[in-house]
Design a protein around this ligand. Structure first.
Ligand SMILES: Cc1cc2nc3c(=O)[nH]c(=O)nc-3n(C[C@H](O)[C@H](O)[C@H](O)COP(=O)(O)O)c2cc1C
Length: 478
């Protein structure tokens, strides 16, 4: 087990672009573990460059990348010093495939590098990287890029990241590595693998790369045991995420049951046995509804090292959520509690996904119905096996006829939302489609009303440091 003195507060990874480098940096400088989101980070980097790279941060980090020629070619191709002409769509990359173009892989590496490098620039605090296990194709190059920026920890949930610890070991040696691709309807006898060979990026071969700690994000004791015993390399701790958490939630165990509003019902079977978890001997952090005044103390009482908090950090000054979204949320909260719906259908992954019911966003059924379906970002597509044995891609949020043509069931498309475009819009990088601008989708945890405690009676915004003081009980706030 590693000897790092890991801090009590982990600022949860929040994609796409909500836990950006600025937020992670502030948290890290305050002595806690700041975590950048690596989900969709290649597209985020590209869109920041096309928006003129306000502050020059992307260009500064790209200039520090150990692959100068690649970084320069990215800048030459996509950087617009004055930003896009109003109304002009962002240039896009081809969607990920099992054998992506070298260019696509390169952007993912640079995206991982840039975000971590900026979060760690000029201080010695700890910075982690969050990725979704479900989004398999970009994972290895993003990890490799982040490792060149000396990322301290990698945290992954939304699936079982069994092969990631071994992949981190390989990448630290610059060795080729692979992770398993989840292919639905596969009739193949052997699994499909996603390969990554760092040796094609010769520019950096001699660099020594520290292997980051690995913390799987899990929702059940059985998964903790599985990761501790069957992962392909060592793990250094766990984040235990409970159903109150923002973003995707683990589905309930056992038969599917719903409350009167259609939200999944969790039962005793979903409760984590903290005592059994402690006996595994790894440090662990509790997530999901622990972002409150006595949350840390409660977690310590369960034997945890600390807590992972998302929602409170998502709305602080430094987070990537657009000013528009923060303003609308602040206004809506001032009028009363905001409903957070655990939507069993919104995410094309099939995992429950929490959606804050905020006017002007995709949570409004009329606005959702008006959107023309398009799949042009594509991170959450499923891989499936075609009748001829090749691998195809489909997303339950894409145009229904396309999904059905690819063998998907029409009923699986009902009420699915395009999280890729909706989440990009929430952080100010919404695409301009032929049918109009993409609208945001806002995810938060059930503990959204805690934000009111931080906003105080004046309703002014708060910083990441305010959140940390609040959680540690060292502030004057209520
Ligand atoms: C806006 C938002 C986006 C999130 N995105 C991710 C994500 O991309 N990956 C992930 O592992 N967890 C994600 N989460 C979960 C957080 O990392 C964290 O575990 C959770 O928010 C903790 O619960 P809390 O919201 O009650 O504090 C997200 C949470 C929020 C609020």
């Amino acid at each position: 087990m590693d000897t790092h003195e890991w801090p009590p507060i982990i600022q949860g990874g929040m994609g796409i672009g909500v836990s950006n480098w600025l937020l992670a940096r502030s948290v890290s400088q305050a002595g806690q573990l700041g975590v950048v989101s690596g989900t969709g980070i290649d597209s985020v980097l590209l869109r920041r460059l096309q928006d003129g790279d306000r502050g020059g941060h992307m260009l500064r980090a790209l200039a520090a990348a150990p692959w100068p020629k690649m970084a320069q070619s990215l800048v030459d191709r996509f950087y617009l010093p004055n930003g896009r002409t109003p109304g002009k769509p962002y240039a896009r990359l081809p969607l990920w495939t099992l054998n992506p173009h070298k260019f696509r892989t390169m952007f993912a590496m640079l995206g991982g590098f840039v975000e971590v490098w900026l979060a760690k620039e000029k201080h010695s605090g700890l910075v982690g990287l969050n990725l979704l296990t479900k989004v398999t194709l970009p994972t290895l190059p993003i990890l490799y890029g982040a490792m060149h920026a000396r990322v301290d920890a990698v945290l992954m949930g939304a699936g079982i990241p069994r092969e990631i610890p071994g992949a981190l070991d390989d990448l630290a040696q610059h060795h080729a590595t692979q992770i398993r691709a989840d292919v639905v309807e596969s009739t193949a006898k052997s699994p499909t693998w996603v390969h990554f060979d760092p040796s094609i990026w010769r520019e950096q071969r001699t660099r020594d790369l520290p292997r980051p700690a690995f913390f799987p994000i899990i929702g059940a004791n059985s998964l903790a045991l599985l990761m501790a015993k069957k992962a392909t390399g060592s793990i250094q701790g766990f984040v235990i995420e409970e159903p109150r958490a923002g973003g995707h939630n683990a589905p309930p165990r056992g038969p599917k049951r719903f409350d009167a509003e259609g939200q999944p019902l969790y039962s005793e079977r979903d409760q984590v046995d903290y005592a059994a978890l402690s006996r595994l001997g790894y440090p662990f952090w509790l997530a999901g509804g622990f972002g409150r005044a006595n949350g840390l103390r409660e977690a310590w009482g369960h034997g945890a090292r600390g807590i992972q908090v998302g929602t409170l950090f998502a709305y602080c000054q430094e987070s990537g959520l657009s000013t528009d979204v923060k303003t609308v949320l602040g206004r809506t909260l001032a009028q009363g509690p905001v409903e957070v719906f655990t939507d069993p259908l919104a995410s094309p992954t099939g995992f429950p996904f929490k959606v804050a019911q905020i006017p002007g966003t995709l949570s409004d059924p009329d606005l959702y119905a008006k959107r023309t379906r398009i799949c042009d970002v594509g991170y959450l597509r499923d891989m499936y096996m075609t009748p001829t044995g090749t691998i195809g891609f489909r997303c339950a949020s894409e145009p229904v006829e396309d999904y059905v043509r690819k063998g998907g069931a029409a009923q699986d498309t009902i009420n699915r939302k395009c999280l890729c475009n909706g989440l990009m819009a929430a952080v100010g990088y919404g695409q301009t489609q032929p049918s109009g601008p993409e609208l945001p989708i806002i995810t938060t945890g059930d503990g959204l009303t805690e934000i009111a405690a931080l906003l105080g009676s004046t309703g002014t915004s708060y910083s990441a440091r305010d959140v940390i003081h609040y959680l540690l009980g060292t502030s004057d706030n209520p």
